[in-house]
Ligand binder design. Sequence first.
Ligand SMILES: [Fe+2]
Length: 318
Amino acid sequence: MTYRIAPLFCRPWTLNGISPRLIESHYEHIYGAAVRRLNALCEEIKALDPKSTRPQVIGRLHQEKAALLNATLLHELYFASLGGDGHALPHSMASAIARDFGSVVRWRDEFVALAEALSGAAGWVILTYVPRDGRLINHGAADAGASMAGGIPILALDMYEHAYALEYGPNATAYIAAFMRNIDWSAVDARYQDAVAMRPPRALAQPEFGDLPSIAPEELRERLKAGEKLQVIDVLPRHYSARAQDIVDGAVWRDPERIDEWIGSLAKDEPVVTFCVYGVHIGCQVAGTLRQAGFDARYMTGGHFAWKAIKGPVRLVE
Ligand SMILES: [Fe+2]
């Protein structure tokens, strides 16, 4: 595809301490060059035969293309971040920031510190919404590798020298302060509203166990650590269990094929947690059967390997 230049997203004459001259130069010479080089690179890639070109060449061109596309997108976001008074945060934005950073002041201190860390170097400071976690994060990044996978950036500060040297020389601190007092929070809030409408990544589809209650391994670990009485049952299939070297500490192994033989030994008044190898099939089935029999049973998501991945305590199998 051919990338088109986007019009400026802010009104340069309204900015306070960032002159139209600086924005014009940035827009024409840096942003414009990124879009032009991006298009030239796309043409170059299109003209190559992927089968006969050295993989290293393809790899380098794609890496460059990704960096230029990131630079293009982030410059557009940078210009769109400017044009406000830097202070009037809409209520929804202020409460989202307070939820994820403790307070707006704390967020601001962290964002500015990240920017200061790039003074004399180069890069971006970005406020990103991550749908997977339903929360905002600050992060720094270079053009190459600026994106947070699955995240939606809603505010960006350009810390490359070309963004300020013309006006501020090497005084990055003064430039950061100027950026902060020009943030258009209404626009950031609008992008935040668009971002929260994004759904988190989909989990593995298990319609047959859709409404079965579960527990995350981290929560199980905390509850066991707190001394809560739980019946934790490892229902790894026999062939799998036979070669397992360790078992979740505090769990007992029971053969999922012989549930009728051991169900009678469970205490009715104590919650049950079951799990299998990956937490997707047998652990769910057994939890479902136990629920039908009147137990307060749930399965542990991710199973044996998720427990290992969080370094949950295990004991060796004799
Ligand atoms: Fe820039």
